[in-house]
Every structure is written in structure tokens, then in C-alpha cells.
Design a protein around this ligand. Sequence first.
Ligand SMILES: [Zn+2]
Length: 159
Amino acid sequence: MSMYFDIPGYQIELDERVLKVIDCFRQTRPQMHEAGGILLGEIYGTTIHITKASTPNSFDRSSRFHFERDRAAAQVIVDFEFLNSDGHVIYLGEWHTHPEDDPTPSGRDRQMIRSQLELGKLNEAFILMLIHGRKTTYLGYQTKTNLVRANEIKLFSDQ
Ligand SMILES: [Zn+2]
């Protein structure tokens, strides 16, 4: 199932196809490294649809507690998706895994996402950061001033 979030001005759909991809990298075993990549998707009206997540490649660097993606390799993906969708599919942000049940951004994560926003090739005034933990998924948005957690919207009750 897709996940849905609320941020000021937008609703976000995190597509179940994306969740399936990133869930392959969930750090369920101690020897697994952090993994990550970029988030891509479309914005129409007040809806942000996250439709793709890139997967780690051999240029990225990782350990159990760190992931750093290669800039050039990610840019190739961004350019490819943009061109092949007539400019509809755009870069939305970053994702990575954490070896903890309920992940929260580290100091390094906060620094990384702030500098990504400052690189500033974005159409929007914010950038998304997703952290996939062992049990829950964190989604935040970085504005010029701070990183805020997005509210998850539960569409259907489990009861
Ligand atoms: Zn992290």
C-alpha cells in the first residue's frame, strides 16, 4: 500500500512501488550496510507523487551507519528521468536506511539535506528526506530554515 503524508500546501503520496524498492534494503541483518539514493516523482497541483527511488550503485560509499551517494551518478538518473518524461518526473529528495526501528535524522543527515537544498536546482522551496527504519519510515521536508517531519495520513483504519 502507498503511504500518504501532509505538508503545508501539499499532500504527498509515497507510491507502494517506491516502498517495495527501498524495503529491499531494510537493515534487518547486522551485517547490512546503510543504503540510499534519490527520490523522483511528479508534482501536480497540490499533490506530490513520489514514483521512483534510485538504488545504490558501485560509486556510492556506505557502512553500517553511513551512506553517501555519488553526486555524478545520481545526476545522470535525474537527467534521464526528466528527459524521458518530457520534464514531468523531477528530483524530489533523498532516501536512505537506518539500522534502528524508528529512525530519526542524525546531525549528518540534517547537514546533508540542508546542503542539497542549497545546491538549489529545485523547482520547489523544499526538499524531501526519507529514512527507512526497520519498523517505521520517517519522511521530512527541509525548508530554508529547518527540517520538519511530515504528518502521516492514515486513510483506512486497521480496526
Ligand atoms: Zn541517516
